[in-house]
Design a binder for this molecule. Structure first.
Ligand code: URA
Length: 422
């Protein structure tokens, strides 16, 4: 077998055989297939697709590329959630401690930013001292003691995805349903969670731009999880505008802490509580209601212990970017559009994301929103604040906002999209 024949087969719209898939994933993991060959294959998959059977085999090969974890010794049932990625999607941060406070164990293996979407690990790393890399034993110890852990997937877990995820991020090959589904599900199945809730994002800021593609992605992933014995459900949620009022690393940690303190933006609270209920139902845990755990401080208590258990100081001040630039409302009226992709790209260009896989991210960079679609705004008043340590990026970062903000005449009928679409 050789990489060129596999690339040619997918380039020519053939269905890959089980042997081709098993070989290419294994050889890529071992370094025998080069990055540029895998990038070409990923592009061929993006352009020509894979059947459900090819996707299932690709996922199984990625699971088989590494070890599988086992949480059966834990005293509580496990539940995890995965988001397909969005702008301002900080939900994992309040959700993991919240679900633990309600009685399930949450082994949350998370990723770094991908394209214009932020990554949970990049966000948490803005907390001084916090460590994303834990050994399997350390992860189990935090889960046992605290009930929730958010960390990077160890090198042993789906190593094929680890390499491929970073490669896709920098080769324009993220937005392919088979690649997204197999990437997410290989990690989640290898991780060994009992229940899984998928938050499949739909809209300009998501990898799935329309609801039909999102439904296809959701049903592909639910089938993959169910076939491997994981109780898997999915919500389709809106990503036409950023979630909450922040997009960026430390900015989103700050907002998550507000939610855990019983406040925070309504859309973030609504989605966090809905996903928590879904996870608890999947795990068969019927204890404290998530809304109560946000109000009575128990979710915040788990958050503080979880951060401290991973070396972080939950009381340390969060990094703040050195420079700010305010974008004002162009006219007085009703804000009908604040496009998620435009804001995500702006935050990424400010330094919240990375252009090459080895790049660092800026902890303080990002965008703060002062209004959301449906709000009345006044000409000249602040609409967004842009944060960065490198002000020479402002012009480049402002460009995507052009055309992404619409203010309609006062009184224009407008109904904001619901957070949960299905
Ligand atoms: N999240 C993942 O883990 N993989 C993808 O491909 C996209 C989002």
């Amino acid at each position: 077998m050789d990489a060129i024949s596999v690339i040619r087969a997918k380039r020519d719209r053939e269905t890959l055989t089980d042997e081709q898939i098993d070989w290419v994933i294994d050889a890529y993991t071992r370094g025998e297939v080069a990055d540029e060959q895998m990038a070409a294959l990923a592009m061929a998959v993006l352009l020509n697709g894979m059947t459900r059977a090819e996707t299932a085999r690709w996922t199984a090969a990625m699971i088989a590329s590494g070890e599988r974890m086992d949480f059966s010794s834990l005293p509580r049932p496990t539940a995890d959630k995965h988001s397909t990625g969005g702008v301002g999607d900080k939900i994992t941060l309040p959700l993991a401690p919240l679900v633990a406070a309600c009685g399930a164990a949450v082994p949350q293996l998370s990723g770094r930013g991908l394209g214009h979407t932020g990554g949970t690990l990049d966000k948490l790393e803005s907390i001084p001292g916090w460590r994303a890399l834990l050994s399997n034993d350390e992860m189990m110890a935090v889960l046992r003691d605290v009930g929730a852990v958010i960390c990077a997937a160890g090198d042993g877990l789906a190593p094929a995805d680890k390499k491929l995820y970073a490669l896709r991020d920098v080769t324009g090959t993220v937005e392919a349903i088979p690649l997204i589904a197999s990437s997410i599900m290989s990690k989640k199945i290898a991780e060994g969670t009992g229940a899984l809730v998928l938050d499949v994002k739909v809209g300009s800021g998501a990898f799935m731009k329309n609801i039909d593609d999102a439904r296809e992605l959701a049903s592909t992933m639910v089938a993959l999880g169910t076939d491997h014995g994981v109780r898997t459900t999915a919500l389709l949620t809106d990503m036409s505008t950023p979630l909450g009022l922040t997009a960026g690393n430390a900015l989103e940690v700050r907002e998550s802490v507000e939610v855990l303190a019983g406040g925070g933006p309504a859309d973030v609270v609504e989605l966090t509580v809905a996903l928590a209920r879904e996870m608890l139902a999947g795990a068969g845990v019927h204890g404290k209601d998530p809304e109560t755990a946000l109000r009575d401080g128990s979710a915040m208590d788990v958050w503080r212990r979880m951060i401290a258990a991973q070396g972080g100081d939950p009381d340390a001040p969060l990094p703040v970017a050195r420079e700010q630039h305010v974008v004002t409302a162009p006219s007085t009226g009703l804000l009908t559009e604040l496009d998620a992709y435009a804001v995500g790209l702006c935050a990424w260009r400010l330094g919240a994301g990375r252009a090459r896989k080895e790049d660092p991210v800026q902890a303080g960079a990002g965008v703060e929103l002062h209004a959301k679609p449906g709000d009345t705004v006044r000409e000249g008043e602040p609409l967004l604040t842009l944060h960065t340590d490198t002000p020479e990026r402002f012009e480049y970062a402002l460009a995507p906002l052009d055309g992404g903000i619409t203010v309609a005449a006062p009184g224009t009928p407008f109904t904001p999209s619901p957070v949960i679409l299905d």
